[in-house]
Design a protein around this ligand. Structure first.
Ligand code: SF4
Length: 107
């Protein structure tokens, strides 16, 4: 595929999401689901912005999700191979570690 980048699960350079569309997608994703606290979402997104797995400024190369959507869902986890890049303020534990301690399922 001519536009496919190495390592990306299937998106292409032509895949762009406007800010308006992104806001609509976030609103749809949050319907009936618990939102992450604003500070937690901001922390996750900062990690995404610094991650080499971020493609096109919007998409995680490991799961294909729009990170602005994924980060705002409370039950989400970072799929980075080996270890989550999303750190919490709670002693530096990862999102997955906190959820495992709380007995929550994977998001
Ligand atoms: S691997 Fe984690 S930190 Fe990196 S872009 Fe994906 S969700 Fe964000």
């Amino acid at each position: 595929m001519a536009h496919r980048r190495d390592g990306c699960k299937g998106c292409a350079d032509s895949v762009r999401v406007s800010p308006d569309k992104l806001e609509r997608l976030i609103a749809v994703a949050l319907q009936g689901r618990e939102a992450a606290a604003e500070a937690e979402a901001a922390r996750r997104l900062a990690a995404c912005r610094a991650c080499s797995g971020l493609q096109y400024g919007t998409t995680c190369r490991y799961c294909g999700c729009l990170v602005d959507v994924r980060a705002r869902l409370r039950g989400s986890a970072c799929p980075h191979p080996g270890a989550s890049r999303w750190r919490s303020e709670e002693g530096g534990r990862t999102d997955a570690g906190r959820r495992a301690e709380a007995g929550d399922g994977d998001g």
